[in-house]
Design a protein around this ligand. Structure first.
Ligand SMILES: NC(=O)c1ccc[n+]([C@@H]2O[C@H](COP(=O)([O-])OP(=O)(O)OC[C@H]3O[C@@H](n4cnc5c(N)ncnc54)[C@H](O)[C@@H]3O)[C@@H](O)[C@H]2O)c1
Length: 366
């Protein structure tokens, strides 16, 4: 079984990854001597598609086990759904010796992680990511959260899991548009790492990642390793290092809110990365060759995202109240070249607005 260790100040834990690993879940719970009272928060779509293996896992548990089915969308990543999880835990007699298992994409992982970090002052959690985005990014690093009053992830904690189990078999049922969302984060990592990984992504991208198993596995491994190293050195985003993971995300989160969550997070990341490239160019941070090279990579996803209209000023206003702005100034993560990233960059309003216009214009359908 392949694994990558994440060693943070608060906890060290493994990320197990490979094909068909879900069948090893009980073995790994026993091996890691985790709590026996199990509360599963499962994405209801995932449960529908994968009921045989999830139910078989449940029937193999000889202690208390409860399944909470969750309708994963950004509206439900909320305090009311969180309260439902707390109620289900309490009504079913769960306490401090609980093990929560989240099975689903980033939304399920974020809300289940937040519940785990707060219920009974913190109980154990295992993440079983089932979307590509969650496998390459959101399940790793311990950020949990919910949305509040239409601000994304504004309430949350840092809370590391006991382990993460990535079973690529879950991806067999993942719709193509969700692969594009994972691709958004993978392109982000290729900009962060540069080098060989960027070359592989450029070469492999014309083919759907769903069909390119080798590149898929390589992406999961590379992104996980990269994020693990960043998180190890800056678990709570206090040293600035972890901020590079937000490349494209200041724009992306605002775009998601402006769209009323009708656009998926990963699609918004592709738009956000495009806007970031334009802003990097306007500020003279990136050279023209790199700009064109990276833009063409992002535009490979062009057919999968279509906008009829957008309001740049609204996006800008949402960014201003985003949690990454201090002293009423928005701080951007921008790109000099792949592998060389600048954080905490300020920019004049007119340049930000122009970057939103230029970046998002590529995805407008006429
Ligand atoms: N905590 C972090 O560090 C972090 C990082 C990046 C993103 N995020 C968060 O992650 C969320 C996005 O995550 P996501 O893209 O995984 O979205 P998601 O959880 O909404 O899942 C996307 C869709 O895919 C379905 N699905 C999940 N697994 C499936 C499978 N195997 N087969 C078929 N359908 C499946 C879900 O039901 C859902 O409809 C956002 O809320 C974002 O803020 C968190």
């Amino acid at each position: 079984m392949k694994k990558i260790d994440v060693v943070t100040t608060s906890k060290s834990y493994p990320v197990y990854y490979g094909k068909g690993l879900f069948s090893k879940l009980k073995f790994l719970i026993d091996k890691n001597r985790l709590n026996r009272k199990i509360f599963i928060v499962v994405d209801e779509n995932v449960h529908n598609y994968h009921s045989t293996k999830i139910d078989s896992f449940i029937s193999g548990i000889d202690s208390k086990v409860c399944l909470y089915s969750f309708n994963a969308n950004e509206i439900n990543k909320s305090s009311s759904r969180l309260n439902d999880i707390y109620s289900a835990l309490i009504e079913n007699g769960f306490g401090r010796d609980t093990l929560i298992i989240s099975i689903g994409g980033g939304i399920t992982g974020d809300i289940a992680g937040y519940a785990a970090s707060t219920f009974s002052r913190g109980v154990q959690i295992i993440h079983v990511p089932t979307t590509l985005l969650a496998m390459v990014d959101s399940s790793i690093g311990g950020k949990t959260g919910i949305n509040f009053d239409s601000t994304k992830n504004i309430i949350g904690t840092f809370y590391q899991p006991e382990f993460i189990l990535i079973d690529t078999d879950f991806l067999k049922t993942l719709p193509e548009e969700e692969f594009i969302c994972g691709l958004g984060e993978i392109i982000k990592y290729s900009f962060l790492t540069g080098g060989e990984f960027l070359k592989k992504i450029k070469k492999g991208l014309p083919k759907s990642l769903k069909l390119n198993t080798k590149l898929l596995l390589n992406s999961i491994e590379t992104c996980t390793k990269f994020k693990a190293r960043i998180v190890e050195n800056d678990e709570r985003e206090t040293k600035g290092l972890r901020k590079i993971l937000n490349l494209g995300h200041t724009f992306a989160h605002a775009i998601e809110v402006e769209r009323g969550h009708t656009i998926k997070h990963g699609q918004a990341v592709i738009l956000g990365l495009t806007c970031s490239l334009y802003l990097s160019r306007k500020l003279g941070i990136i050279n023209e060759n790199h700009f064109k090279e990276y833009l063409s990579l992002l535009l490979k996803a062009k057919d999968r995202i279509s906008l009829n209209f957008f309001y740049p000023m609204k996006i800008y206003e949402i960014m201003k109240r985003d949690k990454k702005s201090f002293d009423d100034k928005i701080k951007f993560v921008l790109i000099i070249e792949a592998g060389n990233i600048l954080v905490d960059v300020e920019a004049p309003a007119n340049m930000v607005l122009e970057s939103i216009n230029n970046g998002m214009d590529h995805f407008l359908v006429s």
